[in-house]
Design a protein around this ligand. Structure first.
Ligand SMILES: Nc1ncnc2c1ncn2[C@@H]1O[C@H](COP(=O)(O)OP(=O)(O)O)[C@@H](O)[C@H]1O
Ligand SMILES: [Mg+2]
Length: 319
């Protein structure tokens, strides 16, 4: 019998005996068995490590995520117009916009902000201000065309910098634009920040709706409530005859029903809107009389109402 088999035999015999600890082997005391209580205690300790405490951002009253499973569905367009519309309908409120898409930040382009942010006396980064909205993005901290490969821990560190190292306060609401998918960014944000709700953006294609479902399931698991669904690019209107063309399908309502969610706003495809946002002047400012601008103001109103309800619920829970 070789040595390894001999050891295995002794180990098996000890496992089936009442012997709990084997006295020093090469200077180490080997534990063979643990009681149920010890195992549960160990599990609780590991779990506690895995779920960091959700510390509020100093001076920030509420946080709303804008998310979706798929890229290119209009998350950033929605986040930018929503943040600006919130400022337009409640000018006395302080609104912030955090670009948490560290892989492909597009808030600087869409909000027309550039230049290196400054550090204040407390060593915090001062957000840049445009259209009355305080903005911060990784695109302002790493130079323009440098592709950055962010992975796991690096993403968390980048987010830590964009959240806790920025002088956000005072803010009534921080709108957070997120990257596509259900990855490290969403996990990290949901585990570290007290998020009041997520606005889920989708287009009507079945591929987009499927990924949206996955996103909604992820938020359920992370205990992030959903404010509602925003359907983007619902249909296109023919410029010559005015016919509605449902080029991407019509399944959004069905998906929303299946998930028990409300469609809180719906936007058609609009070339003007795209041109505005891509030239750094969101439709809410560039085309204030357009249907889209009006719909963004309605969306902003719904988000304010949602936040107010959450605040009331919190106050009641404290009583
Ligand atoms: N309703 C819309 N009509 C026309 N173009 C739109 C609409 N919504 C978004 N876009 C355009 O689609 C592109 C992708 O939008 P973006 O907001 O960057 O998507 P995401 O952040 O989900 O990747 C942008 O060029 C934007 O201008
Ligand atoms: Mg985006």
């Amino acid at each position: 019998m070789n040595l390894q088999r001999a050891f295995q035999r002794v180990y098996n015999v000890l496992l089936n005996s009442n012997v709990n600890t084997v006295a020093p082997v090469c200077g180490y005391t080997v534990r063979l068995k643990h009681t149920k209580e010890e195992i549960n205690e160990h599990r609780a300790k590991v779990m506690a490590k895995g779920l960091p405490e959700k510390k509020p951002l100093p001076g920030v009253k509420s946080i709303i995520l804008v998310a979706s499973g798929k890229g290119g569905v209009g998350k950033t367009t929605t986040a930018v117009n929503l943040a600006c519309a919130m400022k337009v309908i409640e000018p006395d409120k302080e609104i912030g916009l955090l670009d948490a898409d560290v892989f492909g930040p597009s808030v600087p382009l869409m909000m027309n902000i550039s230049g290196e942010p400054m550090l204040n006396d407390d060593n915090l980064i001062e957000p840049l201000l445009n259209y009355g909205v305080k903005c911060m993005s990784m695109g302002l901290l790493v130079s323009g065309e440098n592709a950055v490969v962010w992975r796991g821990l690096m993403v968390m560190q980048a987010l830590e910098r964009l959240t806790r190292h920025v002088a956000w306060g005072p803010l009534d609401c921080l709108v957070v634009d997120t990257p596509p998918g259900t990855g490290d960014t969403h996990l990290s944000l949901a585990q570290n920040l007290p998020i009041d709700g997520a606005v889920v953006v989708t287009t009507p294609q079945s591929a987009a709706l499927q990924v949206t479902k996955r996103g909604v399931n992820m938020f359920e698991k992370l205990k992030v409530p959903i404010v509602g669904m925003v359907e983007n690019m619902s249909h296109a209107i023919c410029s010559s005859c005015g016919t509605k063309n449902f080029v991407f399908g019509t399944d959004t309502q069905l998906t929303a029903d299946q998930m028990g969610l409300e469609i809180i706003q719906s936007f058609e495809v609009d070339q003007n809107m795209s041109e505005c946002i891509n030239s750094g002047k969101p439709a809410i400012y560039a085309l204030p009389d357009s249907t889209h601008a009006e719909k963004y103001r309605q969306l902003a109103n719904k988000v304010f109402k949602y936040i107010e309800n959450k605040e009331n619920e919190r106050a009641k829970a404290k009583e």
